[in-house]
Write a protein that binds this ligand. Structure first.
Ligand SMILES: Cc1cc2nc3c(=O)[nH]c(=O)nc-3n(C[C@H](O)[C@H](O)[C@H](O)COP(=O)(O)OP(=O)(O)OC[C@H]3O[C@@H](n4cnc5c(N)ncnc54)[C@H](O)[C@@H]3O)c2cc1C
Length: 309
């Protein structure tokens, strides 16, 4: 490990939760470091974000995510763009390790979001490694020109992905396991009106096979096995909180949080079932303000106050 950094507050994650928390802490004069694989987070996958107040026309997810980077830079938040591999508590501090750096912090805010769930069927890993199967639209977008794409899933994310790709792709099939969708009615309506998106209900994907530059889905429909042939497949069957870098002790704390802990979780990584940008930002802001209060009032630490306006 080449670098060692000591800071008052470390934040892990570059999505709306930690970006909000980092800006608030930094403007309050607290010494911080934000560590993240990238800046922007999951919202860069959104076709059009229409539930954020202040954007009457909606905002394209990718553009919205890009603005976090600009704002963090403008404010001057110190950022390390590396993947966190392990986090553990060492005496009264937290040790955060990437491949290159160890960061030691007294307080730690984790906003590492969620990761997409896998289908868990034969041929999935091979399809992924061969660039035929994806879990996020952000990674597929530039490959979709005139392609026939299968999207597996029945929620908001599957429908949002289909709408996101409709102009670039030739044909899109949304493949549901059941006859139900949990997607927002407005997304269902847009999908219905799109002339190149078709919804297949009660289609359970059982196996994936690569053949002649295509990906073949072996699907069970009404007890019969059928095949669907696609150029690319996108899986959108749900997401789970992302904290597998935590030590066993800290996973226990995640499951059973302590009120006075200096470790806090914000945004989609929390156990909250509602995953939305404004909730992530609110979480980040609340934890940042509580942390500032705790540091300045209880501990008499006033950080390195900076002139920021
Ligand atoms: C297709 C789609 C459409 C959506 N549309 C909307 C919408 O219209 N409106 C809305 O409000 N919400 C929407 N959402 C949900 C929204 O994207 C999330 O609620 C929000 O991004 C959560 O923010 P977060 O900061 O908690 O986590 P994330 O945005 O997931 O950010 C997590 C951050 O942690 C980083 N990270 C993860 N692991 C590590 C690691 N080991 N080391 C270093 N960094 C790490 C990531 O790189 C990322 O920067 C949508 C989501 C999807 C997938």
């Amino acid at each position: 490990m080449k670098n060692k950094i000591i800071t008052k507050v470390a934040l892990i994650g570059g999505g709306p939760a930690c970006a909000t928390a980092a800006i608030q802490l930094f403007r309050s004069g607290i010494e911080i470091i934000l560590i993240s694989k990238e800046i922007g987070g999951t919202i860069k996958n959104a076709n059009l974000v229409e539930n954020l107040i202040g954007y009457p026309e909606g905002v394209v997810g990718r553009e919205f995510a890009k603005s976090f980077r600009l704002q963090l830079t403008k404010v001057g938040v110190p950022v390390i763009l590396e993947e966190v591999l392990t986090v553990e508590q060492v005496t009264n501090n937290y040790s955060i390790k990437t491949a290159e750096t160890e960061i030691i912090s007294e307080y730690l805010i984790i906003g590492t979001g969620s990761f997409p769930m896998k289908l868990d069927v034969e041929g999935e890993k091979e399809s992924f490694l061969n660039g035929k199967l994806f879990y996020e639209v952000f990674n597929i977008k530039q490959l979709t020109d005139k392609k026939d794409i299968g999207i597996i899933g029945s929620g908001d994310v599957a429908y949002d992905y289909a709408l996101n790709l409709q102009d670039a792709a030739n044909k899109i099939s949304i493949i549901h396991r059941t006859d139900k969708t949990s997607s927002l009615p407005i997304l269902q309506k847009r999908v219905k009106n799109a002339n190149n998106i078709v919804v297949f209900k009660n289609h359970v994907v059982k196996k994936l096979v690569l053949k002649d530059d295509k990906i073949i889905l072996e699907v069970e429909e009404d007890g019969k096995r059928i095949t669907m042939i696609k150029d690319l497949v996108l899986v959108a069957i749900g997401r789970k909180p992302n904290y597998d870098f935590l030590s066993v002790d800290l996973i226990s704390e995640y499951n059973d949080p302590k009120v006075d802990s200096k470790l806090k979780f914000v945004g989609d990584v929390t156990k909250n079932n509602f995953r939305q940008v404004s909730i992530a930002m609110g979480d980040g802001m609340k934890v940042a303000m509580e942390t500032v209060k705790r540091i300045t009032e209880k501990e008499g630490y006033h950080g390195t106050f900076r002139q920021v306006w």
